[in-house]
Structures are given as structure tokens and as C-alpha cells.
Design a binder for this molecule. Structure first.
Ligand code: GAL
Length: 956
């Protein structure tokens, strides 16, 4: 290496945050000062190393005519230049801080721009050039002048450029390196995606404008008054017309106000007017405090029903547009989510405007994670090395200063999974000093020395309950703090299971202030051949596979069943009927809002058909209150059958986040039980030419295999215990005892053999005796199929008796069979979506219809999916099935084995046969892909079982 190239790129490996950038300040979307977006198409040149090219491209007059083009904001690896890399916590380069590999993809970006005609002249003030996010390190030149360089990918950096601007032909040059010393601080579990991925803006800074300002807006819940004080480095006036406020900066004013909360996000429009600029303010009055061991806002303890949100778009990566950000907030609000942790970095600043406006509690997290140092016992961890402290403090300041004026932000988080160390303490001290109006969060230090909350991730239910009861011990400070699960319920693939069980604990113990599901969205990358790509699909040397697809939304933002379940589990109104159906108990579970915004409806259904419905008058309960509300008398004309009440709470009028009629909560409860289907045997099996006939059915005389029910051909009907293992079945290395997928495979449950022991034609039944068992072991399931008929219908009772020492639960227990053609599916039971034993809260009993294709849940990595729970009867492919007891229904155009073998959705090719599973039981889901397995009550234990199906042809 020549000495020149060493100096040109030395900043890349420098632990300092950079040089040349202005001090951080509050962000706001716009003011009356001029601004110019520099987003758009830029000239682009990619080099393999940081020093492959000199910096002459930054000079005015450089001809970049033969360069490629990229879109800014964007990541070049998603625009055809190089490839994304996914690792969870491993650094994809040798750990030798602060050194980075010689192979360091470097993107030179060039943009020539003119100033708008009305851009103020030099006497009118200065200008700054703002970068809202560049990964991971950038050096910037304007018109050939080196402005400096910076690190801190998801943090803003500004440079003073007024003196360099020209009316026409300004040359902005940005050199971006994929790897830098900063990469050691950005080891979050996500794709490594270099580029200028957030906005680039030129902002006029009028003479006499404020450099920075801090809006302090507190609320006194006793007096009902808010106190507003806006601090600014230059004098100005603050006006809030709706409050009659007109005061000087620095002067507090106290007035009666409506407070801000995530539930009732009251914002007041105001203006900060300085000599040079009028800045619009959106002020929310609220006071956050730690009082009596609880996080209180405006005096009330808050229950966080949160999600962890990475920024993600399947084509754009972390370069999100405003519409996508809004969609995220709307989806959260519509699914009863009230809080978001911006894992693991400050989001695009406009996202926080949306949280203020629509109402979400925010934990704003700093762009800091050093997880890969765990591999070496945290040796050399930058957060415990004073040389890195300036960089850490710079990151803390850039977050706090940028976001301090957002009422939605209630906690600052130091970062994620960075071990422990002095640097974190320094950050916490600085933040506490700069902004005592909020609390500080960090999960990675369980002594809680720097934090105001005891935060953990993926703790199992039993431990959460112990903490709730105050039985957890630990350091004194920690025991006095409220408890949060900053991550829980790992939403990878099918799941999470056990959400309702967590919520019951959160609601039972004050100290438990809720949690944040991991995570909001799958980070699948749209891929022409694979549907969505995940780790390893770009030939990465090291990767963590589909661990990057663990969200409540699919990559295209379609809600997964996990989100539907979460919505039901966290609904803010509880609706419970008493068994006789005379009354319904309604409880307002909001922390702030009364129920006056909701309307309640009831419906009375028999066997899923609505007999009558109407509105239900519910008193406008205050938070925490409940009432017993009388239901109308059941309609006298109601037919016999299974009677169910369904009561719903709907938005009485449209809101900013959902239309009128949007369902916020519901409850369903029974009035009468379902009569179980049965077949009274009328006649026995009749032997014929190679076939046995029984009622509408015929069987193979030798094997006893069912061939046909009426005109419906049936193949391969037999006991089934296997499921294409879910990510949660497969489990994480940290959960060795709960990796059931592996245990099941080791036992051979994916390759059981069916031994035929007897086919017995009796007086009123055809009995087929089998033993179902895997090779090489002694365990088995003695399985007897007993067929009867009452003439038009066929009854099947399956009796299963485990033999041998079954040490593991079963994946599933039921029958499967093939239908030669099937498309539409109708059923009465749980729906409309998928449900498993520990994810069935949102499953509503009703009559549903769908198609075989729509029954599939498109998990990015194919796995068991699509079961409908609590099914009483179903019709598919001309066959009607009734169950005793209720069963799980699954139907797909491929076999379980094909599903199990697929790595991407595109590996699944529909065959001619539709495979139907009718399950007596399914093993729970849990969330052990990064957390606890299913609770024991959701285990499908290998125990003697008996279940019945009644099959008939669908009557026309
Ligand atoms: C946590 C981590 C997250 C994510 C998750 C697993 O430990 O904080 O970033 O990696 O595990 O998906």
C-alpha cells in the first residue's frame, strides 16, 4: 500500500465518529426555509476496495458519463451491484477492531444539481447538506471541497455548505464504504446493506434561525394542565393558537390541555418563530416517570403491547418511503399494537412523526450492537474500551438530539446486545443528563445499573410469572424496577405460540408492563426465482438462513396469522359471556381511553347461521372499569343446534387509522353444546369382486383401504403423525431439549411404516388393524380403523394405542387422504385463518369458505401451516366430513413430505391430488426458534386416543 492511499482511507478504520459534520440537532420535516431534495438518480461507480480509485471524481468537471446509475435513497446491492449478506450476530469479516477487510466494497456517488431560481442568496444565510442515513461510512465533497466523513449508519449528519454553493452545476460527491470501524458497532441481526439509504437534502439556514430547539411539554394529571417551554439557542416566540399561547422561547407557560397518549394522541399545532425561520411544531403534552416501581405516563401505568420494528421493504431494503412507514403504523394501530421498539436503531425520522400523530409509545433505540464479540467472551468489546466512547456518545447524541421533540418517544434505548461496559454507562449518564424527561432502557446488562427498567428477552412464562410475583431476586436496583420483555414471542415461521399465556401474566401482575414481539416484518428480499430470498441465497460465505424472516408480517406486508392472533390477544376490551348466555361482561382494558368511541354489536348464531343480531348498549366505561351487560333473550324461533353469541366492539366512527366499523375486540361464548355426530350402524360390510362395500363406500378387500365414498375417489387414507417441521419445531441451538423437529426426525416419525395386521368384516363394521411405527425402533402406535355405515353415511372411528417408551410428543395425530379433485372448501368451526393449539385465540367459530390455495399460509420457508381449528364439519371435493370431537382441517396440493423438503415457496409444485389432513390433535407451536417451547398444556402427548369422523357425499 502506498502511503497516499493509506491516508486517503485511514478514516475508514478510525474509531472516531468522523470529522467535519455539524453538531446534531432536532429534526423536523419542513419549515418556511427553502430546501432541495437531492434524492433521485445518481451516477455510481463500485470498487472492490476502499482505495481502488483516487478522489478526483469529486472535482468539478469530472466526466462520469460511463458510470452506472443508482437510486438514492437506496442500497447498491439491491440495485444490481454486488450482493446483500445476512448474518445474525457473526461479523462477516475477521474480528480485529477497528480493522476491516481489504475487500471493502466502495460506492462512489455523484450528483450534479442547480439551485432553484428562488434559492436565497448568500446574504440571506447559510445552508446545510443533510444525510439522514448512509451505511456504513461516507466521505463527502461539494464542488471539490472535502467536507469531512462520518459513521453511524442510521443517524443524521449535516455539513455547512452555504459558502460553497453555486447557482448552477454544484457537484456533490459521496464515497461510501461498506465496512468501517463503525461496522463493529452495527452488528444487528439483519442484512448488511451498504448505500445512501435515506434522504439527502440541502436546507437553507436563514440568518437568525435557531441552530437547535427543545420542546418541553409536560402534563400534570392532577391539575389537568400542561406546561410548555421551548428552549432555543436564539430568541424567538412560540405560539399555539388552540391554547391561546404566545410566549417567548425559554419562558414556561402553563395552561389547561388535553394530554397526549398513544391511545388519545392529542397534538397541538404551534409555531416556533425566530428571526429567520418559522418552524411548525406538533406538541403533545405528557409526563413520563418512574413512580412506585412503574413506568407511568400522565400518572398512569402503561401496559406495552408492542412490536420490534426493523425498517424493511422487500425491494428497497431499509430505504423506506413515507407511504410504507405510514402503512406500518396503520397496520400496527389496526392490530391493537400500542408500542414500537425501533430495533435496533433510530428509524427514519418521519416514522416518529407518524407515531406522534397516530399514537404509539416508542422505545427509540440507538444504532449500537456489538453482538459478534460474544463469540470471544466479549473480549475487546468496543463498549468497554474508552477509545470507542466518543463514538458511542456521538451516537447517543445524534439520536437524542434528532428525536427529542417527539411526544411518542418515552424511552431511550442505549442499543441492543452490546454486552456491558463503561461506554454504555457513559451513554446513559449523558442521556439522563440531557433529557431527564424520559427513561433509559438497555437489555444487555441484567444488573440494570444504567437503566430505569428491568428488560429481558425471550424469557419463558414461568420466569415471567416469578418476576411478576417479585420472586426473582437479583441485584437490589433491578428488583425495584418495572419489567419489560423488550423481545418475546419469536414470530419466525408458523407461530408464535403462547402469546395469550404471556398476556394473561402481563395483565395479572402490575410489575410486568408488557412486551414487544420479535419482530414486525420478515426481511425477505423479493427474488425472481425464489419468491423471497433469505440468508444464503446470495452465496454468502457465512449466513443464518431464514432467521431473518421472523416477522408478524410477510415481506409484502400481508399480516401473518401471528399478527391476527396478536391482535386478538392484546385487544383493549375484554368481552366474556357467562355460559348460560344471559349476560356479557365487558371490561375496558385501555390505560387512558374510555369506551365512548366504540359501538357494540351482538349476533346469535345456530350452527354458524346468524339467527338474529343487533346493537348492544354498553356504558362508556373508564379505563379499568367493567360492567355486566344484559343480552337480549335468544330468539324464540331459533332452530335447534349449537347456539353461540358473538359480541363485537367496533369503531363507532372512522379514526385517523381505521374506518368506522373496524373491529377492535370481540368475544364468543356458547349457549348450548353441539350435538355430536354419530352413525347408527344399519347393515354391515358386503364382500364383492376384490372390493368390500359398506353403505356409500367401497374398500379394497385385501388391504381394507378406502377407495370411494359415493362418487368421491379417495386414496391413501391412513393415520398421520408427521408435519413439515416449523422453524419453532426445529428450534434454536440454545434450546437443545425443545428441538422437537430434530427429536422427531431422530425417532423416524417422518418415515413411519404402516403394517397391516388384519382386515375383519363383522356384522356391523369393517375393522382394519394396523401398527404404525418407524424403522429401527421399538415404539409404535397400534391403530385400529373401525368403519360403520347408517346407509348414506360412513363412520370411521380411529383408536390409537401407543406402544413402547414414547419420550417425545407427537407432531400431529389424525388421518390424511388424497382427493382427486378439490378446490372450494366450506367448513363450520374455527376460522377464517390458521390456528394451532397455542395460537388459536383469534379463531372464531363460524361458517367459512375458502379455496385450497387460499388455505395455504405463505411462510417464506415452507413449513406446516394452514390448519383450521375446532372444525365441526367441512366440505371439500364433494366429500362432507363431520367430526367427534372437533378436529383440525388442513388441505394442500402437495404432500407433507414435499412441504417438508421445500426451501422456498417456489419449490412447491401443485400436484393432481389434494391432500387432506383431519387431525385429532396437533402439537403446540411455542416460539423456540429463539425462545421457550410450547407450554406443557399444548403438548400432543403419545397417549391412547379415539376419534370419529362421519363421511358422506355432499348433497347437491
Ligand atoms: C435477539 C436480538 C434480535 C434478533 C432476535 C432473534 O437476541 O436482539 O436482534 O436477533 O434475537 O431473531
Amino acid at each position: 500500500m502506498s502511503s497516499r492511499t493509506t491516508t486517503v482511507t485511514a478514516y475508514v478504520e478510525d474509531v472516531s465518529p468522523g470529522s467535519g459534520a455539524l453538531p446534531p440537532r432536532a429534526w423536523y420535516a419542513s419549515s418556511d426555509a427553502a430546501s432541495l431534495s437531492l434524492n433521485g438518480i445518481w451516477a455510481f461507480r463500485l470498487s472492490r476496495t476502499a482505495d481502488a480509485e483516487d478522489d478526483s471524481f469529486a472535482e468539478v468537471g469530472y466526466d462520469a458519463g460511463d458510470w452506472a446509475r443508482v437510486e438514492v435513497p437506496g442500497h447498491w446491492v439491491l440495485q444490481g451491484h454486488g450482493s446483500p449478506v445476512y448474518t445474525n450476530h457473526l461479523y462477516p469479516f475477521p474480528v480485529d477492531p477497528p480493522r476491516v477487510p481489504t475487500e471493502n466494497p466502495t460506492g462512489d456517488h455523484l450528483r450534479v444539481f442547480d439551485l432553484p431560481a428562488d434559492w436565497p442568496g448568500p446574504s440571506g444565510g447559510g445552508a446545510v447538506l443533510r444525510f439522514d442515513g448512509v451505511e456504513s461510512c461516507a466521505r463527502v465533497w461539494l464542488n471539490g471541497t472535502d467536507l469531512g466523513e462520518f459513521k453511524g449508519s442510521r443517524l443524521p449528519h449535516e455539513f455547512a455548505v452555504g459558502h460553497l454553493l453555486r447557482a448552477r452545476g454544484n457537484v456533490l460527491a459521496v464515497r461510501v464504504h461498506q465496512w468501517s470501524a463503525g461496522s463493529y458497532l452495527e452488528d444487528q441481526d439483519q442484512w448488511w446493506l451498504p448505500g445512501v439509504f435515506r434522504d439527502v437534502t440541502l436546507l437553507h439556514r436563514p440568518a437568525g434561525c435557531a441552530l437547535d430547539f427543545f420542546v418541553h411539554a409536560s402534563y400534570d394529571h392532577v391539575s389537568g394542565e400542561g406546561t410548555l417551554r421551548v428552549d432555543s439557542d436564539v430568541d424567538g416566540r412560540v405560539t399555539v393558537p388552540d391554547l391561546g399561547v404566545d410566549t417567548a422561547t425559554g419562558e414556561p407557560v402553563t395552561v389547561p390541555v388535553e394530554p397526549w397518549s398513544a391511545e388519545l394522541p392529542r397534538l397541538y399545532d404551534g409555531v416556533l418563530a425566530t428571526q429567520g425561520e418559522r418552524i411548525p411544531l406538533r406538541i403533545g403534552f405528557r409526563t413520563v416517570e418512574l413512580a412506585d416501581g412503574l413506568i407511568r405516563v400522565n400518572g398512569r401505568a402503561v401496559l406495552f403491547k408492542g412490536v420490534n420494528r426493523h425498517e424493511w421493504h422487500p425491494e428497497k431494503g431499509r430505504a423506506l418511503d413515507l407511504a410504507t412507514m405510514r402503512e406500518d403504523v396503520l397496520l400496527m394501530k389496526r392490530h391493537n399494537v400500542n408500542a414500537v421498539r425501533t430495533s435496533h436503531y433510530p428509524p427514519h425520522p418521519a416514522f416518529l412523526d407518524l407515531c406522534d400523530e397516530l399514537g404509539l409509545w416508542v422505545i427509540d433505540e440507538c444504532d449500537l450492537e456489538t453482538h459478534g464479540f460474544a463469540e470471544q467472551g466479549w473480549r475487546d468489546n468496543p463498549v468497554d474500551d474508552d477509545r470507542w466512547t466518543p463514538a458511542l456518545l456521538d451516537r447517543a447524541a445524534r439520536m437524542v438530539e434528532r428525536d427529542k421533540n417527539h411526544p411518542s418517544v418515552v424511552l431511550w434505548s442505549l442499543g441492543n446486545e452490546a454486552g456491558t461496559g463503561r461506554g454504555l454507562t457513559a451513554m446513559a449518564e449523558w442521556i439522563h443528563g440531557r433529557d431527564p424527561s424520559r427513561l433509559v432502557h438497555y437489555e444487555g446488562d441484567h444488573t440494570c445499573r444504567d437503566t430505569d427498567v428491568y428488560s429481558r428477552m425471550y424469557t419463558g412464562h414461568a420466569e415471567v410469572e416469578r418476576v411478576g410475583r417479585g420472586l426473582d431476586g437479583g441485584p437490589h436496583r433491578r428488583r425495584e424496577l418495572p419489567y419489560l420483555l423488550c423481545e418475546y414471542a419469536h414470530a419466525m415461521g408458523n407461530g408464535p405460540g403462547g402469546l395469550a399465556d404471556y398476556q394473561r401474566l402481563f395483565e395479572a401482575h402490575d410489575r410486568l408492563q408488557g412486551g414487544f414481539v420479535w419482530e414486525w416484518i420478515d426481511h425477505g428480499i423479493a427474488h425472481p426465482g425464489l419468491g423471497y430470498a433469505y440468508g444464503g441465497d446470495f452465496g454468502e460465505e457465512l449466513h443464518d438462513g431464514n432467521f431473518v424472516c421472523d416477522g408478524l408480517l410477510f415481506p409484502d406486508r400481508r399480516p401473518s396469522p401471528g399478527l391476527v392472533e396478536f391482535k386478538k390477544v392484546i385487544e383493549p376490551v375484554t368481552i366474556e359471556g357467562d355460559a348460560s348466555g344471559g349476560t356479557v361482561r365487558v371490561r375496558n382494558g385501555y390505560d387512558f381511553a374510555g369506551l365512548s368511541a366504540l359501538a357494540f354489536t351482538w349476533s346469535y348464531r345456530v350452527d354458524g347461521e346468524t339467527v338474529d343480531s343487533g346493537f348492544l348498549p354498553v356504558p362508556p366505561l373508564e379505563p379499568g372499569e367493567s360492567a355486566e351487560v344484559k343480552l337480549p333473550a335468544p330468539p324464540a324461533t331459533a332452530p335447534a343446534g349449537e347456539a353461540l353469541w358473538t359480541v363485537r366492539a367496533l369503531l363507532a366512527a372512522g379514526t385517523a387509522w381505521a374506518p368506522e366499523g373496524h373491529v377492535v375486540a370481540w368475544g364468543q361464548f356458547g349457549r348450548s353444546a353441539r350435538p355430536a355426530p354419530s352413525v347408527a350402524a344399519a347393515g354391515g360390510p358386503v364382500p364383492g369382486e376384490g372390493l368390500i362395500t359398506l353403505g356409500p363406500a367401497s374398500f379394497d378387500a385385501r388391504t381394507g383401504a378406502l377407495r370411494r365414498v359415493g362418487a368421491v375417489d379417495i386414496t391413501g387414507l391412513r393415520l398421520d403423525v408427521w408435519r413439515a417441521t416449523t422453524d419453532n419445531d426445529d428450534g434454536a441451538a440454545s434450546q437443545p431439549d425443545a428441538r422437537y423437529g430434530r427429536l422427531w426426525r431422530r425417532l423416524g416419525l417422518h418415515r413411519v411404516q404402516h403394517r397391516l395386521d388384519a382386515v375383519e368384516s363383522g356384522d356391523d363394521a369393517l375393522t382394519v388393524r394396523t401398527r404404525v411405527a418407524p424403522a429401527a425402533g421399538e415404539i409404535g402406535l397400534s391403530t385400529v380403523y373401525r368403519w360403520t355405515s347408517d346407509g348414506p353415511r360412513l363412520g370411521l372411528t380411529v383408536s390409537v394405542t401407543p406402544e413402547g417408551d414414547w419420550t417425545v410428543p407427537l407432531p400431529r395425530l389424525g388421518i390424511r387422504f388424497g382427493l382427486s379433485s378439490a378446490d372450494r372448501v366450506r367448513w363450520y368451526g374455527g376460522g377464517p385463518g390458521e390456528a394451532y393449539p397455542d395460537s388459536a385465540t383469534a379463531s372464531e367459530v363460524g361458517r367459512w369458505q375458502s379455496t385450497v390455495d387460499e388455505l395455504q399460509t405463505p411462510y417464506v420457508r415452507p413449513q406446516e401451516n394452514g390448519a383450521r381449528a375446532g372444525v365441526r364439519w367441512a366440505e371439500i371435493g364433494g366429500l362432507r366430513v363431520e367430526g367427534d370431537p372437533e378436529f383440525f382441517l388442513t388441505a394442500r396440493r402437495w404432500t407433507t413430505e414435499q412441504l417438508d423438503a421445500a426451501a422456498h415457496r417456489t419449490d412447491l409444485a401443485p400436484g393432481d391430488t389434494v391432500w387432506v389432513n383431519l387431525d385429532h390433535g396437533l402439537h403446540g407451536l411455542g416460539s423456540q426458534s429463539c425462545g421457550p417451547g410450547p407450554l406443557p398444556r399444548y403438548f400432543l402427548r403419545a397417549e391412547p386416543a379415539r376419534f370419529t369422523f362421519v363421511l358422506s357425499e355432499v348433497s347437491a
